[in-house]
Ligand binder design. Structure first.
Ligand code: NAD
Length: 357
């Protein structure tokens, strides 16, 4: 089979995952790696001798042999790279968020919906086995009518001031995944919401937020997200789950980042499934995309830019809503400094900062 020539733009933590998973997938040829940072390029030369490593993205857009680009730099470059990719006739796999402002995200959606070229966005939970297992169970009528969706993701991960800070507070940067998951399960659009947040360590932005509300079809949701979960505890832990309640049964999932456990309590069967968690499921995404490019028919499971724009927009709306209410601050910046200091030297923990080895 002809390998699909791909150019990776942005070779940080996520870029590294694409390299690894596209190689494993076996349907790709990593033709180019582009990064503006000389250190990242040096690292790319070392780990990907098969790729041409470049500083200027033009080389990729100007090479007609490149069929697909992966955009895994930061959100501020996404709109222009997507515009250029489509103009050059290339399919696009983009990291989330698909642009740096809501307006630019909708511009990207418009571009994607006008072209015959394929595009998808790494809303990784949509490629996970556990959510598909639960959705199949619901579709079989096992829980009766879907009524309540409860999602929670609290970890001692990215602290304020680290990582992709300008892609928003934790509830946007990470929380948009859970906003998307709730909407995906509901199969409907957000109708009402009320958000409560907290400025942990008295940081300027909330780093924990809980939102509840309704969808147009009457399903209700609550989403809790925060990277505020015991950063200074001797042994760190997290709490991550989805809990889906129907008129007759329930389905839920939790994980420890290694194994995911799905528990299904339906009207005709009770089942407990334990399987490897699957991380960011980049391999699944790449495989579905390769299939689409090769067959000329877009795989329907692939998340769309529109899904990402809606999730991002509502994550911002819920943050805005929280700012309209009492927004208490607890703790002090000194504790946050201790957390950052600990995370700088941590080798085993949650959402560690990307270090090239
Ligand atoms: N889907 C997910 O679950 C998920 C998880 C983590 C990160 N992300 C997203 O992926 C993106 C990358 O995150 P990361 O953790 O890999 O960040 P990172 O900082 O580790 O890597 C980003 C890389 O892009 C490079 N870069 C910046 N601007 C560039 C440009 N214009 N052209 C070429 N290279 C450029 C940087 O030098 C850096 O090497 C972010 O937008 C982030 O929000 C998504």
């Amino acid at each position: 089979m002809n390998l699909i020539k791909v150019g990776l733009i942005g070779f940080g933590r996520m870029g590294g995952f694409y390299l690894e998973q596209m190689r494993l997938n076996g349907k790709w040829e990593i033709a180019y790696i582009c990064d503006v940072d000389p250190e990242a390029r040096e690292y790319a030369r070392k780990v990907a001798p098969e790729a041409k490593v470049v500083a200027d993205e033009d080389e990729i857009f100007n090479d007609p042999r490149v069929e697909v680009v992966v955009l895994s730099a930061l959100a501020d470059s996404r709109l222009s790279q997507i515009e250029r990719a489509f103009a050059a006739g290339k399919h696009v796999i983009a990291e989330k968020p698909i642009a740096d402002t809501i307006e630019n995200e909708w511009r990207v959606v418009e571009l994607a919906e006008k072209t015959n070229l394929f595009s998808t966005v790494d809303l990784y939970l949509r490629n996970s086995w556990y959510h598909h297992a639960i959705l199949d169970f619901i579709a079989q009528g096992e829980i009766g009518e879907l009524a309540i969706i409860r999602v929670c993701h609290m970890t001692p991960g990215l602290a304020p001031g680290e990582g992709h800070e300008y892609e928003g507070p934790a509830f946007h940067d990470c929380g948009m995944h859970y906003v998307d998951v709730a909407r995906w399960y509901a199969g409907s659009e957000f109708k009402t919401w009320h958000a409560q947040a907290l400025r942990m360590w008295s940081y300027k932005d909330p780093w924990w937020l809980q939102c509840h509300g309704t969808f147009e079809n009457g399903v209700v949701f609550d989403i809790t997200q925060g990277h505020v979960y015991g950063q200074l505890s001797k042994d760190q832990t997290h709490n991550s789950y989805i809990d889906v309640i129907g008129t007759k049964g329930i389905a839920r999932m939790t994980h420890d980042f290694h194994t995911a456990t799905v528990e299904l309590h339906g009207v005709t069967r009770t089942e407990r499934i334990e399987r490897p968690y699957g991380g960011k499921n980049i391999g699944v995404l790449c495989d579905l995309f390769a299939d689409s490019v090769r067959s000329g028919v877009r795989r329907n499971e692939l998340p769309r830019f529109r899904d990402a724009a809606i999730a991002s927009e509502y994550a911002w709306r819920f943050l805005d809503d929280a700012r309209q209410h009492d927004l208490p601050a607890i703790g002090d910046l000194k504790t946050l400094e201790e957390i950052r200091e600990r995370r700088r030297t941590m080798t085993n923990g949650y959402g560690l900062l990307h270090k090239r080895h």
